[in-house]
Design a protein around this ligand. Sequence first.
Ligand code: DHB
Length: 310
Amino acid sequence: MVSTKTKIGNYEFENCFMNAAGVCCYDREELEKVINSDAGSFVTKTATLNIREGNPLPRYYDTDLGCINSMGLPNLGFEYYLDYLLELQKTMPKRAFFFSLVGLSQEETHTLLKRVQESDFNGLTELNLSCPNVPGKPQIAYDLETTEKLLAEIFVYFKKPLGIKLPPYFDMVHFDQAAAVFNKFPLTFINCVNSIGNGLVINDETVVIKPKNGFGGIGGEYVKPTALANVHAFYQRLNSNIKIIGTGGVLTGRDAFEHILCGASMVQIGTTLHKEGPGAFRRITEELKVLMREKGYKTIEDFRGKLKYL
Ligand code: DHB
């Protein structure tokens, strides 16, 4: 019997796959589809304090090798997702879910996290430090000074399991510097990676999405090598109690296998879930299990982080 069970902090999941924030998680109806699929958990759309419409349409475009998007954090507001998560805690007490959130200012982020701390929410919180698409708002985690100060302030009052969603880094020195900051804090997990920010896709002579004159986050096949590098760079550098969620370019069971080999304890699916729907969870899980059987691995701990070097 081959198992894709996994653990993050003190939480156990029947399957290591879940959605990536932004895909199939806008409202209850979409989240229920993930709950009723083979996924091991879900994460909500990143919530801000107030409801947001997001950027003007068209703001998402599929390409052969992935997608470009500039959604602009459309979401139903913090209370909507918190209410639903609290309801699920009663109806599905054995399952744990992730609450993605970020404020439009540091003050708002503190307001949100303090409310989570005061609430009965007993799942995991994923603080999104990497949205590339809100005009005028930088990807927070590219500014490590701000990130360190923010985390230092947060961990004064926040005592529940917290992780951070990161943008991709592209330089060894940045991996060193970022890991040195994250290792100072009792993070339960980091999630690598968010979309590669501010790419440009052109059709004939024209951009394909409206916001920011066509600039948007890139997902899908394009990002797998970058995602694997980030998962593994942080796996090599972080305290072993900070678990890693691998996100980026997972189309097949083989892609997921590579993320786990690089050190991921859980694997999120974004662009592929958007293209294929929640049936992707069963297909990719089965593909991973076939590969594990071929290689004689019974659990993901048998090969997690065990990437071989030449
Ligand atoms: C959005 C996109 C992201 O990649 C992200 O992390 C958060 C938000 C968005 O545009 O809504």
